[in-house]
Each structure stands twice: as C-alpha cells, then as structure tokens.
Ligand binder design. Structure first.
Ligand code: LLP
Length: 417
C-alpha cells in the first residue's frame, strides 16, 4: 500500500482498518473521527489553567455529532448552544440544563422561551433582545454578550469582535443595559465574548480578555465571565506548522484571572468556548478520485469531495492538507501541481488549488486532514447529493458507524406531494 504524507499513519489514525476498508463498508465520501484524539483535545482544554472554577464549554457548532457530544460529556465538558436545535441535541446527549449556555443571536421570542422553559441560561446579544428577555422572564437571570472592540480570526468572515461585526453589545450602552436590567428586575449572572475563530498565538485573545474583565467591573455579583473560543490548530501539518503554545497561554491566563478575581472580590467561574480546537484534528474526510483530466494545461483531479461535503475551502479559501492512499505501491517520486475538484456544478468547487503532490491516479483515495470541525455540520444536499456517513475509530482501534449516510429517500422526506 502506498500512502503519501504520514500524518495519519504516525497517529495510527484509522486504528485496525485502512481507508479502503472503511470506504468499502460505508461508502465514499466519508467522515472518520478518532475518539482518542477527540478525548486528548478535551483534556488539553480542561487543563488549560489551574484556576479552580474553570469550565470548558465545547462549542458544538464545530461538530455536533451526538456520539461526540456524549464523549465530551464523559470528559467533563459543558457546552454552548447557538440554536434550539443545538440545545435539543445537547439534552439528548445527556447534558444537564445548567451545563448549557445559549449564546443567542437575533432569536425569536419562541426560541428564547425554548431555552428559558428548560432552565438554560440565555446570553443576549443586543439591548432589544435584553428587553425581550425581560418581557418573557421578568425577575429572571440573564447573561449578556459584549463586543470588546477587539477582533481576530483566520478570515474576515469569522471575526466576531470589533467594529465591523453584528455581534455583542457595544460597551458604550452599559447605562442602557443597567436600565433594562432594573426595569425587569433581571439578575445579570454572566457576561461573555467571542472575538473570532482561529488564533495561533494568544495576543489578541489576551487583549480581548483584558477588555472583558474591565467591562465586568461594571457589574457586581457576576457568577461567570465567558472568555470565548477561537483556539487555532495547525492546518499545515505537512509543512510542520507549529502548534498553539497552550502552556504559555495557560500560564498567562492564570495570572490574569487570579489577579483580577482578587480585585473583584468574588470567586467567579471563568468559561471558555473552544470548538475547532476540540474537534478539528480528530476528523479526516475520505474521498475517491474518479477522473483525471488536463484542461488547457491545468491538471484536474476529479473527486467526490464537492463543497456540499466540505465548505471551508470555497467559503474562506481554507487550506486542508491532503493525503493520498493507493492500494498498490506504484512509485511516485516527482511532484506536480494539481487542482483537486469535486463533483458539484459550480466552477468554485475546488478543494485544493495548485497543490504540489505526487502523481494521483483514478481509484486513489484522498484524505482531507483536520476536517472534524466545521466539516459535516456545514455539509448540505446541494445538487441533491447525499451527505456522508460519520464513523468513529474507537480507542481500541475498532470502528463504528455514528451517523449513517443520507439515502435517496431522505431527499424526498420533507416534500408534501
Ligand atoms: N463561541 C462563539 C460565540 C462562536 O461564535 C464560535 C464560533 C465559537 C465559540 C467557537 O469558535 P472556535 O473555537 O471553533 O474558533 N465555519 C468557520 C468558523 C466559524 C466560527 C463561528 N463561531 C470555519 O470553518 O473556519
């Protein structure tokens, strides 16, 4: 067997199987998750600081497969939720209402009630939604998302703090916040922020934390401050990209938090909301090469990895390392630039542009690395393609199906004809 790039091999990612066996059993394309890696990332986040009242709220938007949620629960994580659907899944997985923080954004009264009725803390994102909360639940406890004026992220579409985003309450409105809290006799139990997704060094995150902590001083009796997520992972593993230095970030955080708590005078809980860091690296997306062709000097590798399956490259020009698996050991020494494309009817359907790789053949399998976050959750039925199955490689190396592939019948389930 031939494997180009040894990232998965060195991790023993596929356990007792190989990519060909998995595709044979579950079809192509296929999301494969490794339980050991997922658990390791949960633990790294839990051990980020030594500050005692610390909660890791897994941001399930990154990957809400029910089986992974159950594992996160076993690992002692809490969760955030962005929608009633996420709340529903989290409750199904066994999380208790007090382990869930609903970070709402432009929700309806019914959606807010959905959380309140289930005794889940709601964080609101604007003065008008605070007012709505007050009307629905006067005398209740609420949290508020602030926009600390700082943003950071791998692409402008995922920067969620600062002047150019829809998120969070502008701290200039704190007097109005206080008026609304008073008007409805609300207790502000927590404040939160999220400055954006994917930082590889902590300076903007730390700056955001300093801002939210200084905002927190405007409110007495907070029970928690949620510092947000955004912890990055190295997507360029084949080029040995360095990992985020969690140990020095953790130390810096510890000293800031301990210092701040002393002056606040109350032992509050700090939360973080990592999504990508926890699930990205546990996932590989497998696909099959169906056609190779040259079009006006460009070499195209045609696969079943369309943007219906993985949206990140078309949405954000994101890079994912690609591995090649072949059921023979055909030598392939020289590298050539190729454009790896999917099977969707749009010319933007490109998973990797001008990637320098050894020669690829029809019948090869490709592995798209670090696909466990914002992968399957963002997949769609565009072109009426079937969303892939999800498989888990257990700690003993065996594999189990944790979500079946769509069927053709699924495509007509919602029609009323
Ligand atoms: N908390 C809040 C309020 C968020 O909006 C997000 C992500 C997170 C936590 C988790 O962020 P993370 O730790 O995963 O960076 N689809 C994009 C990323 C969108 C992130 C949206 N919000 C991508 O594939 O890069």
């Amino acid at each position: 067997q031939y494997v180009y790039s040894n990232v998965t091999q060195s991790l023993n990612f596929f356990g007792n199987s190989d990519p060909f066996e998995l595709i044979e059993e579950y079809g192509s394309p296929l999301y494969v998750y490794n339980e050991r890696i997922f658990r390791e990332r949960c633990r790294e986040m839990k051990n980020l600081v030594s500050y005692p009242n610390f909660s890791v709220n897994y941001s399930v938007k990154a990957n809400s497969n029910l089986q992974l949620l159950k594992i996160a629960l076993e690992e002692g994580l809490n969760v955030d939720a962005m929608s009633p659907g996420e709340i529903f899944l989290e409750l199904q997985a066994g999380f208790k209402p007090e382990q869930i923080l609903f970070i709402s954004n432009n929700v309806s009264a019914d959606e807010m009630k959905f959380a309140i009725d289930r005794k889940i803390t709601v964080s609101v994102d604007s003065l008008s939604q605070l007012e709505l909360f007050g009307k629905i639940n006067p005398g209740g406890s609420v949290a508020i998302r602030f926009n600390p004026g700082v943003g950071a992220g791998h692409h402008k579409k995922v920067i969620t703090g600062g002047k150019e985003t829809k998120f969070g309450v502008d701290p200039n409105f704190i007097p109005q916040v206080k008026e609304i809290l008073k008007k409805y006799n609300l207790k502000l139990v927590g404040i939160n922020q999220h400055i954006g997704s994917l930082f590889m060094e902590g300076s903007a995150y730390i700056q955001g934390i300093k801002s939210i902590l200084s905002l927190a001083e405007n409110f007495e009796d907070l029970e928690f401050v949620d510092l947000g997520g955004g912890f990055g992972i190295p997507y360029h593993k084949q080029e040995n990209e360095a990992r985020l230095d969690l140990s020095s970030l953790g130390k810096e955080l510890d000293s800031i938090l301990n210092e701040w708590v002393k002056s606040y005078g109350k032992n509050i809980t700090f939360k973080i909301e990592p999504g990508r860091y926890i699930s990205a690296e546990c996932g590989v997306l497998l696909g099959t090469v169906h056609a190779i062709k040259i079009n006006y000097d460009n070499k195209y590798v045609g696969t079943d990895l369309g943007f219906n399956v993985l949206q990140r490259p078309i949405m954000y020009d994101s890079h994912h390392d690609i591995e090649i698996y072949r059921n023979s050991d055909l030598p392939s020494t020289k590298k050539e630039p190729v454009i790896i494309v999917g099977n969707i009817c749009e010319s933007g359907d490109i998973i990797a542009k001008n990637r320098l790789l050894p020669e690829i053949f029809e019948g090869d399998l490709l592995g798209v690395l670090d696909a466990g976050a914002y992968g399957h959750v963002m997949s769609s039925n565009y072109n009426n393609r079937l969303r892939p199955a999800e498989v888990l490689i257990k700690e003993n190396g065996d594999h189990i199906l944790i979500r079946r592939r769509d069927t053709l019948e699924d495509l007509i389930r919602c029609y009323n004809v």
